[in-house]
Design a protein around this ligand. Structure first.
Ligand SMILES: C[S@@+](CC[C@H](N)C(=O)[O-])C[C@H]1O[C@@H](n2cnc3c(N)ncnc32)[C@H](O)[C@@H]1O
Length: 404
């Protein structure tokens, strides 16, 4: 799979999420007091994905060492004790320590947040986890972390409140310094591309008012996007929704093309009916990564839907939680129906094919929703009905769909 894999690049996993605001908040900010239901999605993806990634690519790495960078780490935990991304990953690193060394680098620029982070990292170090808390801007520490990551797979989680590292840092510095697509050279990024920042900064273009910092902010957006191209996209859009959509698409496409990676976009909202707060953009150079990531997103979404359930009301005979499992089952049935349809279309269009070669087509419409088990269920149904000779047993990716 490479950057030309249009269907996969264009896949938009449209799910709800949190709004982080845009400025550099420290650990005293309300954002870090308690975890919003929507952060369940972001953290769910991390939790579901980092270990499978490390397990897979760490096999080819010297000493099974895999480097994890959290460039915008925050304090590590919310004030109520719920794990933020650092606490979550440190737990995972401890869990897999027997067979993988997850070498973790956490960067945080705010003094107070860094203090909490350093305490957490210190505790993990004492338990034998390989972890480092770095104080200051990620831009300053990036070179050093990349140096340490030489010869090892790297997963970078970049989760700023507003604009993140520059396009140049992303493409030339991170991906560009690391050749090869698999094993010890594997390089993947999960990036928070902030829609609020796009709307706010794009708004400057239509404002005739001059104010201090206006040009600097517009130039910072140019640097984040890899040029002023986004300005025309913004001006040529009918509204903010279209502008954010176009700029995110184009950004993902440009990064993917520049580094030979495919990308997935997950639209993150406060609530299903809210505007997008940010996109989680995932970049990988390997098809295995895309499959694993799809599983992680699907599982994280189940957690997220559960987290959004309203609290039970006093005196109510039934709560939403009572019907949750039934609704999930219904969803799964619908995914299987969609996958069946996709498989049958492929049978008509190209005849016999291997699932692995057609991930975007097989999962069309349910990408990031459904998982491999739903593909298997669809194949088994078709087999039972005599519509394929493939019985659906074995590694799903290796299944070869034949005619009846
Ligand atoms: C959205 S929060 C991170 C939340 C954390 N990733 C989590 O999921 O628990 C962004 C953090 O990045 C920090 N930050 C902002 N700019 C930074 C920079 N240039 N380098 C490092 N940290 C930065 C902020 O202080 C803030 O704590």
């Amino acid at each position: 799979m490479d950057g030309s894999d249009e269907a996969l690049e264009d896949a938009v996993l449209d799910v709800s999420g949190e709004s982080a605001g845009e400025t550099g908040l420290d650990s005293s900010s309300p954002f870090f007091v308690s975890k919003k239901a929507a952060a369940v999605l972001k953290h769910g993806i991390l939790k579901q994905y980092v270990v499978p990634f490390a397990s897979k690519v760490g096999r080819y790495a010297p000493d099974g060492r895999v480097v994890y960078l959290d460039g915008y780490a925050g304090p590590g935990r919310y004030e109520d004790g719920t794990p933020g991304s650092p606490a979550l990953i440190l737990d995972e690193a401890a869990r897999i320590a027997d067979f993988r060394r997850l070498d973790c680098y956490f960067v945080e620029k705010q003094r107070k947040s860094y203090g909490s982070l350093a305490t957490l990292v210190g505790e993990a170090q004492r338990k034998g986890v390989s972890a480092h808390a770095l104080k200051g801007k990620v831009e300053i520490h990036l070179e050093q972390v990349l140096e340490r990551a030489k010869g090892a797979p790297l997963f970078a989680f970049l989760d700023p409140f507003g604009l993140g590292v520059s396009y140049d840092a992303l493409t030339n510095q991170i991906f560009g310094s690391r050749r090869g697509s698999t094993g010890r050279h594997a390089t993947e990024i999960l990036l928070n591309f902030n829609a609020n920042a796009v709307r706010r900064i794009g708004g400057y273009l239509n404002s005739s008012k001059d104010f201090p910092g206006k040009n600097a902010t517009l130039e910072a957006m140019d640097a984040a996007c890899g040029g002023p191209w986004w300005r025309d996209e913004f001006r040529n859009s009918a509204d903010n929704v279209e502008a954010v959509r176009r700029i995110t698409n184009e950004f993902a496409k440009r990064v993917g093309k520049a580094v030979g990676a495919s990308s997935w976009q997950i639209a993150v909202r406060n609530r299903a009916h809210h505007q997008v707060a940010y996109y989680l953009l995932y970049f990988t150079r390997h098809l295995d990564g895309a499959w694993l990531f799809g599983e992680a997103v699907s599982l994280a979404q189940v957690e997220w839907r559960r987290a959004l359930l309203p609290p039970p009301e006093n005196g109510m005979l039934f709560s939403a939680a009572d019907t949750f499992d039934e609704e999930e089952q219904q969803r799964e049935k619908e995914w299987v129906v969609a996958i069946r349809r996709n498989i049958q279309k492929l049978q008509r269009d190209i005849g016999s094919f291997k699932i692995d070669d057609h991930l975007p087509q097989v999962m069309s419409g349910v990408l990031g929703e459904a998982r491999q088990k739903h593909i298997r269920a669809a194949v088994k149904e078709l087999y039972r009905e005599g519509k394929t000779g493939c019985n659906g047993v074995g590694d799903v990716r290796k299944l070869r769909i034949t005619g009846a």
